[in-house]
Design a protein around this ligand. Structure first.
Ligand code: CP
Ligand code: NVA
Length: 328
């Protein structure tokens, strides 16, 4: 695979004027400017380079992150907690069955308790409104660790991964194939703000909403990139430099599984679909992968797959988010 940039080279390429994000929430990519997203990416590359070089960065000693999970997680939980450990701070996993947010205690009251003790809150929720409400009532920064609407931390790590492998985000054809879901929404917003060329291949009924597309395209005005939606997966990946896919059934959609299994098979990322992309295209998946459904073993374990780089970069991108929101 061509063009595997070092973290130092990527840091140089993503250099941008530093935006001040102290005290901000991270609820949606759409709330950020290009300069702010570039600031997060630059910090993520720098923190990864420091970590790789063994340079300690105990930036959050004495600070605590509260982690709320209404849904399961491997990557989000481990990377946020590991990031706080590497920063010399601490993370508390508030398992939903213990806290019972919304039943034992209201969302506003959970926020108004937590902000008396902790410095930052990360929440993985079913309804996007829950993380919006947490941010409205908590006086400390709140980070969206996935909602039914979006997954901003994932996409920041993915942008870092694309820069590492391709050295840039623009003048590349990025294709997303599959369900127009929460991950897709964050990718579309990032594409609009940063001027990326994004082609989404999704079946009718599962395509990104007009609301999301209109907002992203409005932010893309003046850039060379475009955001295009295709019903044909081959049209989406034709000549692509990056192919991205995700689960056909997201957490909370289990009741729709049978219908989704009927609709999505033509959108599987397999060797035949990959053959329509550039020969050195990279293949991305936010994970967990459902092998044999949205992606085959052949592709996921093949030389073009960067899925575990994405997983690693959750750590670095989220450390950048924590440091910037806490002003260190
Ligand atoms: N990609 C991602 O968010 O993984 P988890 O669901 O394991 O946190
Ligand atoms: N779209 C998936 C992403 C998992 C990280 C879901 O919401 O389940």
């Amino acid at each position: 695979m061509a063009g595997n940039f070092s973290t130092f080279e990527s840091a140089r390429l993503s250099r941008a004027p530093a935006a001040d994000l102290r005290g901000r929430d991270l609820i949606s990519i759409a709330d950020f400017t290009a300069a702010e997203l570039r600031t997060i990416l630059h910090r993520a590359h720098s923190l990864k380079a420091e970590r790789t070089a063994g340079v300690p960065h105990r930036l959050l000693e004495g600070k605590t992150l509260a982690m709320i999970f209404e849904k399961p997680s491997l990557r989000t939980r481990c990377t946020f907690e590991t990031g706080m450990t590497q920063f010399g701070g601490h993370a508390i996993d508030l398992a939903q069955n213990h806290m019972q947010m919304g039943t034992r205690e209201s969302v506003p009251d959970v926020a108004r308790n937590l902000d008396r003790w902790v410095d930052v809150i990360m929440a993985r929720v079913f309804a996007h409104q829950t993380v919006v409400d947490l941010a409205a009532y908590a006086r400390v920064p709140v980070i969206n660790g996935l909602s039914d609407h979006s997954h901003p931390c994932q996409i920041l790590a993915d942008l870092q991964t694309i820069e590492e492998h391709r050295g840039r985000l623009t003048t590349l054809k990025v294709a997303y194939v599959g369900d127009g879901n929460n991950v897709t929404t964050s990718l579309i917003y990032a594409a609009g703000i940063l001027g990326m060329d994004l082609h989404v291949g999704a079946p009718a009924g599962y395509q990104p909403t007009a609301d999301v597309l209109d907002r992203a395209r409005a932010q893309a005005t003046g850039s060379d990139g475009e955001i295009v939606v295709h019903a044909d997966p081959v049209a989406a990946v034709d000549g692509a430099d990056v192919i991205y896919t995700d689960a056909w059934v997201s957490m909370g959609q289990e009741a729709e599984s049978a219908e989704r299994m009927r609709v999505f098979p033509p959108f599987q990322v397999n060797g035949a679909l990959l053959a329509h992309a550039q020969p050195d295209a990279i293949v991305m998946h936010c994970l967990p992968a459902h092998r044999g459904l949205e992606i085959t073993d052949e592709v996921m374990d093949g030389p073009q797959s960067v899925v575990f780089d994405q997983a690693e970069n959750r750590l670095h991108a989220q450390k950048a988010i924590l440091a910037l929101l806490l002003g260190v």
